[in-house]
Design a binder for this molecule. Structure first.
Ligand code: NAP
Ligand code: ZN
Length: 348
């Protein structure tokens, strides 16, 4: 016996959302059933619904920024009780035995991590994401949402939060460090807030000056509109770390030129086309060009606790399910301030 829930699904690539019924499995001993309250719209959802990264299976129910409450627990669940507020991020299963899993980097599981949606779980079942009333997830992959975090505003932390916290922490964002954030959208605005909370000196590198006031409110010390080419002269060699959240083609050599000696530019934005980097941009000043993909469970919990301690949440627009299709275009047009979150009670 499974449980039927209502979900928002794209019936085919790029098509408007429709309401459908999906089945959630019966609880296994280590499963948690979650009544979903909120689901964020990440630009990755759009890339996948529109098949910008490759073919997907349809109907597709996106959503990998999920917050809700525990509705039921399996017999062996120890970390959660009914009523607890919990979250789920980008993946819902992995082998838990390989070195990556043992290191708490389940996203790099040797056997392949099971994505929250558009994937197949270990038993072959299709995974459906958070744009739905409920989900059943193995306990290991469920996060605790600390008290004091607003549930809607905390929802984007499950992807945008961990995706930016991970490289900020790995590459030492903190007091005395110059950190730049390229693109102030869903990921970028959270990156600014987290880097500021870590104590770094933070600069926004946005296309225009339109979001300057917000950037400073989010904790940025400096704000630069990169449409002004002088910025690249003014800031040459300035940064210790730059986090690039943009998925469009960027002149990466120009941005690498903003790094000082031994600086690192980390790409978290995921463009569908290959990007070009001139090796001399790296040789000079021993710079590094790196990538980063979300983060494992222990670090995601650490990030949530860090955000609770520092009062960091996303700045969100809570929307009705019927507006999700229109909001996909708004995200692409850069018109969302700064992350759209679906109020799941409006589905169906
Ligand atoms: P978003 O909300 O659309 O923000 C992207 C930002 O990029 C925009 O707000 C804009 O900032 C800038 N931008 C947009 N179009 C641009 C263009 N043509 N040229 C230059 N800049 C442009 O998207 P998001 O949800 O933050 O996601 C960003 C990227 O990260 C996506 O590719 C997503 O798939 C990827 N992602 C990766 C991971 C990972 O683990 N690596 C996780 C989640 C998401 P300004 O207006 O301020 O310039
Ligand atoms: Zn995401």
């Amino acid at each position: 016996m499974t449980t039927t829930v209502t979900a928002l699904a794209a019936p085919s690539a790029g098509a408007p959302f429709e309401t459908i019924s999906i089945e959630r499995r019966d609880l296994r001993p280590d499963d948690v059933r979650i009544a979903i309250e909120f689901a964020g719209i990440c630009h990755s959802d759009i890339h996948q619904v529109r098949e910008e990264w490759g073919p997907m299976e349809f109907p597709l129910v996106p959503g990998h920024e999920i917050v809700g409450t525990v509705a039921e627990i399996g017999d062996e669940v120890t970390r959660f009780a009914v009523g607890d507020r919990v979250g789920v991020g980008c993946f819902v299963n992995s082998c838990l035995e390989c070195e990556a899993c043992k290191d708490g980097e389940e996203q790099f599981c040797d056997q392949g991590v099971v994505q929250t949606y558009g994937d197949h779980d270990k038993d072959g079942a299709t995974t459906y994401g958070g744009y739905s009333q409920g989900v059943v997830v193995r306990e290991h992959f469920v996060l605790r949402i600390p008290d004091g975090l607003d549930p809607a505003a905390a929802t984007p932390l499950l992807c945008a939060g961990i995706t930016t916290y991970n490289p900020l922490q790995r590459y030492g964002a903190g007091p005395g460090k110059q950190v730049g954030v390229i693109g102030m959208g869903g990921l970028g605005h959270v990156a600014v807030k987290i880097a500021a909370a870590m104590g770094a000196e933070v600069s926004v590198l946005s296309r225009t000056a339109a979001k300057e006031e917000d950037g400073r409110k989010f904790g940025a010390d400096h704000y630069y509109a990169t449409e002004d080419e002088k910025v690249f002269e003014e800031l040459a060699g300035h940064f210790d770390l730059i986090v690039n959240t943009v998925s469009a083609d960027l002149p990466l050599d120009d941005y690498l030129g903003l790094l000082g000696r031994g600086g690192t530019l980390v790409n978290v934005g995921a463009p569908s086309k290959p990007q070009q980097v001139g090796v001399f941009s790296l040789l000079t000043k021993r710079r590094a060009f790196a990538g980063s993909m979300v983060g494992g469970l222990p670090q995601t919990q650490e990030m949530l606790d860090f955000c609770a301690e520092h009062g960091v949440t996303a700045t969100v627009e809570v929307i009705d399910a019927q507006d999700a299709t229109a909001y996909y275009d708004k995200v692409v047009d850069g018109d969302v301030r700064y992350r759209a979150v679906i109020d799941v009670s409006t589905i169906g």
